[in-house]
Design a binder for this molecule. Structure first.
Ligand SMILES: *Cc1c(COP(=O)(O)O)cnc(C)c1O
Length: 223
């Protein structure tokens, strides 16, 4: 199926609830296809690999109101470019990284939007803040003047049953943080991929991150 058909199918499956961000996960997808996605109305793009993202950003500079989200593992020596080249960073999982992003964002006209990646599934070996350390990390980010703490991100367990419990845990962590009243800009719960976004939306996701279901399967993905 074409990208247009895939997108239409996803949009039909989305609940009518307002304010759901569809983040098009575009790793391994060439810039020409992102251009097509933009023409179909998509504005938010998620990238995992910095070098690949920088090349596409350069090729797509002419596109209006495009919004770039970094969703991959953050290497400490890449924080400068990530902070300067992206609008959102969804994979912040420790204070040191937040501090480095903050320092690099100094002088920009807008703050860098930040999500904390939560290690909600034991399967997720790729990082993430343990739930018990979430409050402290949120406080530390909130204190940084060039970052804007917007919410939480998670990858859940591939098993459907465990995924459901992960989504429920994320929803309750998100509400718990909101209810403290300490983080006024908390409005984003990013969870759900091609496999499970309907379930994620049922648990209050405000953003879903969709790759395969839009663009087809990725070949030669790096591990
Ligand atoms: C690749 C990726 C996705 C998209 O996964 P699909 O199954 O292709 O929809 C979402 N989130 C993160 C963090 C990813 O790395």
């Amino acid at each position: 199926m074409s990208l247009a058909e895939n997108l239409a199918q996803v949009q039909r499956a989305m609940p009518a609830r307002a304010a759901i961000t569809l983040l098009a996960v575009s790793k391994r997808v060439p810039a020409s296809v992102l251009r097509e996605a933009h023409a179909l109305g998509l504005r938010h793009f998620g990238e995992n690999y910095l070098q690949e993202a920088l090349e596409k950003q350069a090729a797509l500079q002419d596109l209006e109101s495009i919004c770039w989200h970094f969703i991959g593992q953050i290497q400490r020596n890449k924080t400068g470019e990530i902070a300067r080249q992206f609008d959102w960073v969804e994979s912040v999982d420790r204070t040191l990284i937040a501090q480095r992003l903050n320092a690099a964002r100094q002088g920009a006209t807008t703050k860098l939007n930040v999500l904390i990646e939560v290690a909600i599934s034991a399967e997720d070996s790729k990082g993430g803040c343990p739930p018990e350390a979430l409050g402290e990390l949120a406080d530390n980010i909130q204190a940084l003047e060039h970052l804007r703490l917007r919410g939480l991100m998670a990858l859940v367990h591939p098993d459907q049953h465990q995924a459901r419990s992960n989504f429920a845990q994320m929803q309750s962590l998100f509400h718990m943080l909101q209810n403290t009243g300490k983080y006024p800009d908390l409005d984003t719960l990013s969870m759900g991929t091609s496999e499970d976004y309907i379930q994620a939306l049922a648990h209050g996701a405000t953003e879903v991150r969709l790759g395969t279901i839009l663009f087809g399967s990725r070949h030669q993905e790096r591990s």
